[in-house]
Design a protein around this ligand. Structure first.
Ligand SMILES: *Cc1c(COP(=O)(O)O)cnc(C)c1O
Length: 240
């Protein structure tokens, strides 16, 4: 990572302005929308920057990357897993994250519940729903969301905070905006419906990234996950 804290602060201030402007249009309070700093591929200093700026949490895509960075980050910050979780990493994830946003199967719920129980921890969970019906995305099928939630709410060591989604990638700005809006509205409707039916609050709607956070806030997002607009562009993934 090449940016300094002052550059980071300028970027973060700009993102806060975008949040405020979108909230104004949506007639919402900016206090309802939290900013998750996505530190994946960046060194531990990225998490230190987020903490120093006053953010509550950082998001990582890979379990091992977070495990490696955590000892290097002395600032107090919450760690959230936002990338796909493999079953064989569930135990490690339960130990090293405050919340896992990418839970999309009953099997993962069972494994995380057991792992959290073994270490006497209540683990925060968001259910990841493929609300844009994008074949390229992880996340449970919207039709399976009710059953997945039922399983989740029965897990004694998990706290189910709500839902997460990622919008499909369009190729033009217009297409990006319309796909994002459709996806985010869909997740909002799924949440409203399931909260009413289950009686659980399911407050958190984690949706929106650097390119589509305005559409997400208009649809009711309570947490935007922002990497590029805070830290600059990431190196392209290396094929292995
Ligand atoms: C990388 C990532 C983000 C951040 O994306 P930016 O476009 O860099 O803001 C958000 N959510 C998830 C799940 C990600 O993997």
């Amino acid at each position: 990572m090449v940016i300094s804290y002052l550059e980071f602060k300028m970027h973060a201030d700009a993102v806060q302005s975008r949040i405020a402007a979108a909230c104004l249009r949506a007639a919402r309070s900016p206090a309802e929308v939290s900013l998750l700093a996505v530190t994946k591929t960046h060194p531990a200093a990225a998490a230190e920057y987020a903490a120093r700026y006053g953010l509550r949490s950082v998001g990582e895509n890979r379990v091992q990357e977070a495990v490696d960075k955590q000892p290097l980050c002395t600032a107090k910050i919450q760690w959230e897993l936002i990338g796909h979780l493999q079953s064989n990493k569930a135990k490690l994830a339960a130990a090293h994250f405050d919340r896992v946003q990418s839970v999309d199967s009953a099997k993962l719920l069972t494994l995380l519940d057991r792992a959290a129980g073994e270490i006497g921890k209540t683990l925060g969970i968001l259910l990841q729903i493929n609300a844009g019906n994008d074949p390229a995305k992880f996340g449970a099928d919207p039709a399976d969301a009710p059953r997945l939630l039922e399983t989740a709410l029965a897990c004694a060591n998990l706290r189910i905070d709500g839902f997460m989604t990622i919008a499909p990638l369009g190729s033009t700005p217009e297409e990006i905006a319309s796909l994002a809006t459709r996806t985010f509205q869909n997740l909002r409707n799924i949440r409203d419906d399931l909260a009413a039916k289950s009686g659980a609050a399911l407050h958190e709607l984690s949706m929106g990234m650097s390119g589509d956070l305005e559409a997400a806030i208009l649809a009711g997002s309570t947490m935007i996950r922002v990497g590029t607009a805070l830290y600059g562009s990431r190196p392209p993934p290396v094929a292995i």
